[in-house]
Ligand binder design. Structure first.
Ligand SMILES: [Zn+2]
Length: 601
């Protein structure tokens, strides 16, 4: 858990340009240079002095800022070299597909992904392995799954049927959406099914070692609990209750409501009793019908695979937790070194109450990818140190987030981004991520979609006028689709813009002469305003002209007050509310004819 400020190895060990070495054939994704960023504004220069690409011979390969990813990569590399530095450096993630995989689990994947990408960029042969814990038992039936699935409790996830009946297993049902999200996010992993590993006998030697050293394991576990290993024993067998590190999945019913009743080390003959099926047995060296307990299974995997870097939830990563126990078991039982471990904090969400209430679960990566560009979702994780909590907002903050992201992209493209910001941007970007060729501001896009009710031709025309350039909707994808989804799923109806179908005749009948004059000036001059700049000058200028000032005169407090009341009047007449999207955008979206109909007394 220590992160030295600088690598113990001089940069010369991994000179620039080594990317064409072993890393080129590595399955892990290399960190992309900034010119591969998907959201670079059209016409912006590629490349940037502030964000050297890994292959840039003038700069160190690790980039311009030593962030948490670079420090974690240093630690992983140090661990790899302590083991001799041979072969692929394995960065591991572990996911239990027991139910929907939520945005908190994504940190389990993105943390090693970013570290693996950093190592690949340094020319280190590296692989990101996703250990799929599909040999875990089904612990509970999540919301939305028929209650009769309770009959499968205690069976391995890979052997429980898919609740929807479409896929081969429960594990596949909840893994499939994760694979889709990983592909969208540019996270390439080698998936290792624990069920397949156990079935293939890959862990047999380790299971036998754990059984042989079960007293040692029991002592380590007891020490972690602060009790004596023999304190809570099973009087009948004379064995401590927790001395069996292995839990049997019954050969007949498949469930783990079992108890080991005897084990012979010489023959590896194991006897057990199932609560449903009675007594049975098998030879551990010849077949596997069970799984090591979690606190033994995790370190066994470090040793058997072997893993040099792993991330884990902060609760597992603390010294007194699974990791503290695991590192002792790894060394004392399996004779191996534990990985360099990085603990990560909580991922919370806001503004997603509607999602959660419909599915009964926390929002998933797919939910976030329905409204955020993939690089932005990566950025939310990359820019925070793992120890920091992350909150992903599905509500009004989304607009601010897009603004922030677009400004960052522009600064990176212009070479004016700070080192830390540029590094986070580089890590968020990856080759092949979906992003718009033209990053139309989210604020404009959502306003236009709202006012046009999503009509493609009007949307294309208005966006072109607003941007002062010919554009095709395809250039704005996937942002247009994301914006439409966000409006439909996350913006409450009362916050959406509803253009009046008919003029507000009651309000129009009460106008003062000056208010009428303000509307007349506007409707007369609207047809001559072809873009946002002209419309902005017009709507801000009219209140000044009504006060006898020039349209471009500086605004004092009286003018600002006149502008506020003028804008409120326009909003009431156009959308029946005191506020709405920016007026120039709204007027552009409406077009002069529709505006005149609503603004003429
Ligand atoms: Zn049974």
């Amino acid at each position: 858990m220590s992160h030295p400020a600088s690598s113990p190895f001089p940069p010369a060990t991994f000179p620039p340009g080594t990317r064409s070495g072993p890393a080129a054939s590595s399955p892990a994704t290399a960190t992309s240079p900034p010119d591969a960023a998907p959201s670079r504004p059209a016409g912006a220069p590629a490349g940037s002095s502030a964000t050297p690409s890994p292959g840039d011979s003038a700069t160190p390969s690790r980039g311009s800022s030593t962030d948490w990813v670079a420090r974690a990569a240093d630690d992983a590399l140090a661990e790899h070299r302590r083991r001799g530095g041979d072969g692929l450096l394995v960065c591991a993630s572990g996911i239990s597909p027991s139910g929907p995989i939520h945005l908190g689990n994504l940190r389990e994947l993105l943390t090693p992904h970013l570290v693996a990408a950093e190592l690949a960029a340094r020319g280190v042969p590296v692989e990101h392995v996703l250990f799929l814990d599909d040999h875990d038992r089904l612990r509970r039936v999540p919301a939305g799954v028929p209650a009769h699935f309770a009959a499968h409790l205690g069976r391995p996830l890979a052997e429980v049927p898919d609740p929807s009946g479409e896929l081969d297993s429960w594990a596949e049902r909840f893994t499939a959406p994760l694979h889709a999200a990983l592909a969208a996010l540019g996270i390439r992993v080698r998936v290792v099914s624990q069920s397949a590993r156990y079935a293939a006998g890959h862990y047999t030697g380790a299971v036998l070692a754990a059984m042989a050293r079960r007293q040692r394991i029991a002592a380590i576990l007891a020490a972690a609990r602060g009790t004596d290993a023999r304190g809570a024993g099973d009087a009948a067998s004379g064995e401590p209750a927790e001395s069996w590190p292995y839990r049997v999945y019954c050969r007949r019913c498949g469930a783990d409501d079992t108890r080991i009743t005897g084990y012979r080390e010489d023959s590896t003959a194991l006897r057990y009793e199932c609560a449903r099926c009675g007594a049975d047995g098998f030879r551990l060296a010849e077949a596997n019908h069970g799984k090591l307990a979690w606190k033994v299974d995790w370190p066994m995997r470090w040793a058997a695979e072997p893993v040099a870097f792993e991330a884990a939830g902060a609760d597992h990563a603390a010294p007194s937790s699974s990791f503290g126990v695991g590192r002792r078991i790894c060394a004392e039982v399996f004779g191996a070194r534990p990985p360099s471990l990085l603990g990560y904090g909580f991922v919370g969400t806001r503004g997603a109450a509607k999602l959660s209430s419909s599915t009964g679960t926390a929002p998933t990566p797919a939910d976030a990818l329905a409204i955020l560009e993939p690089a932005m979702l990566r950025w939310l994780y990359a820019r925070r140190r793992p120890q920091q909590a992350i909150t992903i907002d599905f509500g009004t903050e989304v607009t601010r987030l897009y603004d922030e992201w677009d400004r960052l992209a522009a600064r990176v493209a212009a070479g004016t981004a700070g080192a830390a910001d540029a590094t986070a941007y580089r890590r968020a970007s990856a080759p092949g991520l979906a992003g718009p060729r033209r990053a139309v501001p989210w604020r404009l896009l959502t306003s236009v979609l709202d006012v046009t009710a999503g009509d493609p031709r009007s949307t294309e025309r208005i966006l072109g006028q607003a941007e002062g350039a010919r554009l095709r909707l395809a250039d704005v994808e996937p942002r247009r689709t994301l914006a439409a989804t966000w409006l439909a799923r996350h913006v409450p109806p009362e916050r959406r813009t509803r253009v009046r179908a008919e003029p507000d005749t009651a309000l129009l009948a009460t106008l003062t002469d000056r208010q009428r004059e303000g509307l007349t000036l506007l409707t007369a001059e609207l047809p001559g305003c072809r873009d946002l700049a002209a419309l902005t000058a017009l709507v801000y200028g009219i209140p000044k002209r009504l006060n006898g000032l020039a349209a471009d005169a500086a605004a004092d407090e009286a003018v600002r007050a006149a502008q506020r009341s003028y804008f409120t009047l326009l909003y009431r007449l156009l959308v029946g509310a005191d506020a709405g999207p920016r007026l120039p955008t709204l007027l552009l979206a409406l077009g002069p004819d529709r505006a005149r109909r609503l603004l003429t007394p």
